[in-house]
Write a protein that binds this ligand. Structure first.
Ligand SMILES: Nc1nc2c(ncn2[C@@H]2O[C@H](COP(=O)(O)OP(=O)(O)OP(=O)(O)O)[C@@H](O)[C@H]2O)c(=O)[nH]1
Ligand SMILES: [Mg+2]
Length: 631
C-alpha cells in the first residue's frame, strides 16, 4: 500500500483543522489548550485510507499545522516530511500573511505537489468566491501549485459540500507523488516524545526514508544512547514494520523520556554522524532584507532547529530573491545528508527569510577559496553520479572510504557500489573509492622515488617497503599495496623479500668499489676460520668507510659473508669447510667438546664459542652439558 504524507498550510483560522476533520473524522487538535482557545498550537495528526486510481489503497497520513504567526516553528517541525500540501485559504478572507509565509516555506522546502483548498465557501456568495479564486490563481502563478497544473477546490467543511471533490483530487495527486525509498537507511526525525503507562518511552515522527522493524537497534542523533525498537505503530495500529512516508510511533527500550526531545533523529547505529557544519545552497525570499556574511539566523530542518551563522562563499551579502552558496555553522549539531532541505528565519524579529538545500555535511572548517570551491559545489549540487565523482576526485590520493561515502551521501553501500560501477574513471580498492588517475599519479611517484633511491644508493638492492611507504603519508595502506601490486603486474617494479626496486635495477659498482669488494671477499676467503679484524680489512680498501660498509652489507645479502655473531663475519666457503670437518669428526666420535673443537680447527676460544653456537643454531650440533652431539 502506498503511503503519502499530506500537510496542511495556511493562515490562522482558515479552517485547516476543520478540513482535516471533515476528511478523516479525526480532530487533530489534541491539546486541551487548543480545544479551549479554538486554535492549533502544535502539529496534530490524522489518517485516511482512500481507494487509489488502480483500485489499490492509498494510505494518507495528515500533519495539521498551526496557522498562528507565533507558532511557525511548530509548523516547520511538521512540514519537513510531507509529500504534498493542502494550501488552505478561507474564501471569506483570501490571502493573508501566513498564507504567504507557509507557501514560501513549502516552496523553499521544495514541496512539489499539492492542492489549493478554498474553505468556508458557504460563507461567501458565488461572485466573491470567484474573485477570491482569481486572486489565488494569480498568487500561485508559476509555482508548484500553478493553477493550470494543480487543482484548486472550493468547499465547506461545515456543510460537507466539495469534500468529495477534494478526495478525488487527493487520490490523483497522491497517486502521482513518488514513493519514498524504503530500502535506504531509516531516518525518523522525532516530533513527539511521551510515556505510556506500562509501555515506557514512545516517540512519533514521519519516517522520511527507510524501514524500521520491531527489534531494530537505532541510534539517537545528535548524541544519545542506542535504543531498541520494542514495538511499531503506524496510524495507531500495531505492525511489524513502518516504511518510508508513514506516520510512525515507536516504543523504545534503552532510553528514558528525559533523554529525548523533538528535533532528535533516529537512524541505524554506527552509520552517520551529526554535524555542525553544512555547505548549502540557499535562496533568500524577495521579501527579505539582504543577508550579510556572518549573519546569525534560526535554522530549521525536519523537526530540528538551532541557531546558525551564515558564512557566504566569497560574497559580502545575498540580495533578496537571490541564491548563493554558503557554509552554515550550527550551534547544535544535527544529522542531515545532502538533498535535505532547511528553512532560515531572521534572528530577530523572527520571520522566514529563506531556505535551501544541504550539499555537504562534512565540509572542512577552513573555507576554501571561492574559485576553487564553487565548481565542486556545483558538481555536488547534482546529487547523482557526478556528485559522487566530485567527492572522490576531491578526496584525491587519499580516496573516499565507503564508510565516509555513506556518511556524506546518505546512500547505502549498494547504491554507492552500483553508481561507481558506471563510472569508469573510478576504481574500488578494498573499501576505498579512488580515481584511476590518482592511482597512476601515485605509481609514477613511486617509480620516481625508487629511481632516486637507486641513484643515491647504487650499492643497495632496493628500498624497504616501509621506507617507500613513508613517502606517501596521504595514501591509505590498502591503496599503497594496490599501487605496488599494479606496478609489479605492469612490470615496472619488482619485489625481493621486503625490498622494492625498479625492474632490472641491479646493484651498480664503480671500478674501485668492485675492486674493494674483491679484496674484501678474498681477505675473508683466505683467512678461513681465522677471520681478520674488520677494521684492518676496511683500512686496506680504497673506498671510504660508508661505501665499505655498504659493500659488506651487499656481501652479507648475497650470502658470501655470513654473520656468526655481532662482530664476527666468515666467508661462506670457510663455514662449508667447517661443516665437512664436523661430518668427518662424527665418523670418529659422536660428541665434541670445546678443546677438541679448538684442536680440530685451530681457532682460539674467542672464535670457538661463537662458531659452536652458530653450529647449534644451524642444527649441525646440539649442546648437551659441556659437550655437543654432532647431528
Ligand atoms: N462556516 C464555516 N466555518 C468553518 C469552515 N471551516 C472551518 N470553519 C470554522 O473556522 C474556525 C477555524 O477553523 P479551524 O479549522 O480551527 O482553523 P485552523 O486553520 O485550523 O486554525 P489554526 O490551526 O489556529 O491556524 C472554526 O470555528 C471552524 O468551525 C467552513 O468551511 N465553513
Ligand atoms: Mg488548526
Amino acid at each position: 500500500m502506498k503511503s503519502v504524507i499530506v500537510g496542511t498550510a495556511g493562515h490562522i483560522d482558515h479552517g485547516k483543522t476543520a478540513l482535516v476533520k471533515a476528511l478523516t473524522g479525526i480532530d487533530a487538535d489534541r491539546l486541551e489548550e487548543e480545544k479551549r482557545r479554538g486554535i492549533t498550537i502544535d502539529i496534530g495528526f490524522a489518517h485516511l485510507e482512500l481507494p487509489g486510481p488502480g483500485g489499490e489503497n492509498l494510505r494518507l497520513g495528515f500533519v495539521d499545522v498551526p496557522g498562528h504567526e507565533r507558532f511557525v516553528r511548530n509548523m516547520l517541525a511538521g512540514v519537513g516530511g510531507i509529500d504534498l500540501v493542502l494550501l488552505v485559504i478561507a474564501a471569506d478572507e483570501s490571502i493573508k500573511p501566513q498564507t504567504r509565509e507557509h507557501f514560501d516555506i513549502c516552496r523553499l522546502l521544495a514541496v512539489r505537489r499539492g492542492i489549493t483548498v478554498l474553505t468556508k465557501a458557504d460563507l461567501v456568495d458565488p461572485e466573491t468566491l470567484e474573485v477570491v479564486r482569481l486572486e489565488v490563481e494569480d498568487f500561485l502563478r508559476d509555482s508548484f501549485l500553478e493553477p493550470s497544473q494543480a487543482p484548486i477546490v472550493s468547499l465547506s467543511s461545515l456543510t460537507g459540500a466539495g469534500i468529495e471533490d477534494l478526495k478525488r483530487a487527493l487520490i490523483k495527486v497522491a497517486a502521482e507523488a513518488p514513493v519514498r525509498d524504503s530500502k535506504t537507511f531509516a531516518r525518523l526525525p522525532i516530533d513527539r516524545v511521551f510515556t505510556m503507562k506500562g509501555f515506557g518511552t514512545v516517540v512519533t515522527g514521519t519516517l522520511i526514508s527507510g524501514t524500521v522493524r520491531k527489534e531494530d537497534e537505532l541510534e539517537v542523533f545528535p548524541r544519545g544512547p542506542r535504543v531498541r525498537v520494542r514495538s511499531v505503530e503506524v496510524h495507531g495500529k500495531g505492525t511489524d514494520q513502518a516504511g518510508a512516508g508513514q506516520r510512525t510511533a515507536l516504543n523504545l527500550g534503552g532510553v528514558t523520556r528525559e533523554q529525548l526531545v523533538r528535533g532528535m533523529t533516529l537512524a541505524p547505529p554506527g552509520v552517520f554522524r551529526a554535524t555542525s557544519r553544512l555547505d548549502v545552497e540557499l535562496t533568500l525570499l524577495s521579501s527579505a532584507k539582504p543577508l550579510k556574511d556572518r549573519a546569525r539566523v534560526h535554522f530549521h530542518s525536519y523537526t530540528s532547529e538551532t541557531i546558525a551563522t551564515v558564512i557566504l562563499h566569497g560574497e559580502k551579502q545575498v540580495a533578496p530573491g537571490e541564491t548563493a552558496f554558503a557554509q552554515l555553522r550550527l550551534v547544535h549539531p544535527i544529522l542531515l545528508v545532502p538533498g535535505d532541505h532547511f528553512i532560515l528565519r531572521q534572528f530577530s524579529p523572527v520571520i522566514t527569510i529563506g531556505g535551501g538545500i544541504v550539499l555537504e555535511n562534512s565540509p572542512s572548517r577552513k573555507i576554501p577559496s571561492r574559485s576553487e570551491y564553487l565548481p565542486f559545489l556545483k558538481q555536488i549540487r547534482t546529487f547523482g553520479a557526478e556528485a559522487l565523482g566530485a567527492r572522490v576526485a576531491a578526496a584525491g590520493r587519499a580516496g573516499l572510504s565507503l564508510t565516509e561515502g555513506i556518511r556524506r551521501t546518505g546512500w547505502t553501500r549498494q547504491q554507492l557500489a552500483s553508481t561507481v560501477a558506471n563510472i569508469r574513471e573510478i576504481a574500488t580498492v578494498d573499501d576505498c573509492l579512488i580515481f584511476r588517475v590518482a592511482l597512476d599519479g601515485i605509481e609514477q611517484q613511486l617509480c620516481s622515488t625508487l629511481d632516486a633511491f637507486h641513484n643515491q644508493n647504487p650499492l643497495v638492492a632496493g628500498m624497504s617497503k616501509e621506507e617507500l611507504r613513508g613517502h606517501f603519508p596521504e595514501v591509505s595502506h590498502q591503496v599503497f599495496s594496490r599501487v605496488v601490486e599494479r606496478a609489479v603486474e605492469g612490470g615496472k617494479v619488482e619485489l625481493a623479500g621486503d625490498l622494492v626496486r625498479l625492474r632490472g635495477r641491479t646493484v651498480v659498482m664503480k671500478d674501485e668499489e668492485s675492486e674493494s669488494k674483491k679484496i674484501l671477499e678474498a681477505a675473508f676467503q683466505t683467512a678461513g676460520l681465522k677471520v681478520p679484524a674488520m677494521k684492518e680489512v676496511l683500512a686496506g680498501l680504497k673506498v671510504d668507510k660508508g661505501r665499505a660498509q655498504k659493500i659488506v652489507t651487499l656481501l652479507l645479502r648475497d650470502k658470501v659473508l655470513v654473520k656468526v655473531s655481532e662482530d664476527l663475519l666468515f666467508h661462506r666457503d670457510a663455514l662449508d669447510d667447517l661443516r665437512r670437518l664436523m661430518a668427518r669428526e662424527k665418523a670418529q666420535s659422536a660428541k665434541i667438546n670445546v678443546a677438541r673443537f679448538k684442536d680440530l680447527t685451530g681457532v682460539t676460544r674467542k672464535y670457538a664459542i661463537p662458531l659452536l653456537e652458530y653450529l647449534d643454531r644451524e642444527r649441525v650440533t646440539r649442546r648437551v652439558g659441556d659437550e655437543r652431539v654432532i647431528l
